[in-house]
Write a protein that binds this ligand. Sequence first.
Ligand code: ZN
Length: 310
Amino acid sequence: MSANEIPAPYRVGDASVTKIPEIIADFPAGKLLPGYEPAALPPHRDGSRTLGGDGGHLPLSIHSWLVRVGAMTVLVDSGVGNGKHRASTLFDRLDTPWLDRLAAAGARPDDVTHVLLTHLHTDHVGWNTVPGPDGWVPTFPNARTLMPRLGYELFTAPGGRSRPNHDMFADSVLPVVEAGLAEFVPPEGGEVLSGFTYLPTPGHSRDHMSIIFRAEGREALFAGDVLHHPVQVARPDLSSMFCEAPEEARRSRGRMLDLAAERGLTWFSSHCAGSSAGTVTRDGERFAWSFRGADAPLRSMPSPDRGRGA
Ligand SMILES: [Zn+2]
């Protein structure tokens, strides 16, 4: 995918929702999802078992969602960002045309009115900042950035500096807070921005929250990292290697799958590859996932070779 090619937008009521891709990486299936058994899985309704995986690997996408509704231009999560020193070789000093893709979708940094963060992890906050003359500065100077208050408190509490990924907090979250651009979402959530309602969905991380979006009577769910791959719709008991509290993550995933199936809403995923959006239906005792929209061709997506096996 070149810089000026982006996936087609989705419609939710009078809003448009566009995926802004950053990278795709393949992960060993059994490592990503401990307990994963490919042979035991029912096929997805797109006809594949693993969505582009070769059976041994599962692809994950890292991207943001751009929502345009009324006068608002809203980003949901902000990826890894460019040029950031990270312990993970997958994320270390990326150089992607993410900002060009955002522009191709019709939004320059000055146009963004809100950035909504589902949780404070390295792959969700990175484009909050870009290099300035004296350090990292906010990328979106006109945007209010909303983040779970609990995540902020985990890093600012005594001992917070020694938490894993404090580098992410220092270079991608604090500059936004210090610029007076941050707002904090209380742990119980709520409609913190017209049409956008945060829900606590802990487990992947303690501060993790999902976001229900409503426009003209239609609903969508920005689920965040409630699940990482569609196989977890068929096997919601599987939590990822990245989840801090796997049992709690499983309960949050179950609640969101129930909600999505009951209300028929569109699920915009943080990490599912392909079109990254779908719907959830009940299939007897189980849930089933159907992709919404055309799947983006995986091979044309930018992927640092170093990502495989990370
Ligand atoms: Zn993530």
